[in-house]
Write a protein that binds this ligand. Structure first.
Ligand SMILES: [Zn+2]
Length: 258
């Protein structure tokens, strides 16, 4: 399936692809890194960091280790529900509010969203607030990336300064959806992110989120180009889970140390 999809699925221009780099067992955004931000995506090397398929205590330990290794006191998160709510979060304290995007204008706060095929959308005003959104097909069709941008602007970000990076996710090489879901996508956000591949429809989550970010004025957008299912990185993929149904969950993260 993926072979057919890979050969025929349309994709944004080559220059948009394969931008993220691997270092120290993690994947990093060169664009956000060049702006002084700590922004990337974990791999299996850091262990599972979220979700219900691994012991919660083990995942809490893994998150604490991740934060420490990046120079932060903890990981600040939300309870993700595949929606479009955005909350301000300035500290890692629990309980996490239900939302799919979070932002802060503080230093020393490491924001993170969990993903194992969904897109981690990282957005920053290099001189102001930063944020992250979790965008699977549902969040994407509910325009959570747009909601994050509007929250950042309301929180003091300059729209024209905003930069965004779309992290590892299931790519258009692999993300076939059924006709029923395709109809919902088309009804909510149109068909530009959909491609017909034989009897299947492929959704390009990166393209859909890029279009949304552009529609709210973000012009500097980097696409990781790393597919969680078929990419070479050592990642868990929900759709690539084994027969036992077990898979882990990575974190997409963004923070400003100083
Ligand atoms: Zn793929």
């Amino acid at each position: 399936m993926s072979k057919i999809a890979r050969s025929t699925a349309g994709a944004p221009k080559k220059t948009w692809r394969g931008t993220w780099v691997e270092r120290d067992g993690m994947l990093w955004s060169p664009l956000l890194g060049s702006l002084g931000l700590v922004a990337g995506f974990t791999t299996r090397a850091q262990g599972s960091l979220a979700g219900s398929r691994h012991p919660l205590e083990e995942q809490a330990r893994n998150r604490a280790a991740l934060a420490r290794s990046l120079g932060f006191d903890g990981v600040t998160r939300v309870k993700q529900v595949h929606g479009r709510d955005v909350v301000r979060r300035d500290a890692p304290a629990e309980p996490w509010p239900s939302a799919d995007a979070l932002w802060t204008d503080r230093k020393a706060v490491l924001l993170a969203v969990a993903a194992a095929d969904c897109v981690p959308v990282l957005v920053a005003d290099p001189e102001g607030p930063i944020g992250a959104a979790h965008a699977g097909w549902q969040g994407t069709t509910l325009r959570v990336a747009e909601a994050l941008v509007e929250a950042l602007v309301a929180g003091g970000a300059a729209r024209e300064r905003l930069v965004a990076s779309l992290g590892p996710a299931i790519g258009p090489c692999c993300y076939a959806i059924d006709m029923e879901r395709a109809a919902v996508v088309n009804e909510r956000i149109g068909e530009a992110c959909l491609r017909k591949v034989n009897d299947r429809v492929v959704m390009d989550l990166w393209a859909a989120n890029t279009a949304q970010l552009r529609s709210v004025g973000v012009t500097r957008i980097e696409i990781s180009g790393v597919c969680t299912l078929s990419g070479d990185a050592d990642l868990w993929s929900y759709r690539g889970r084994g027969p036992d149904g077990v898979y882990g969950t990575q974190l997409g993260f963004i923070g400003r140390l100083a």
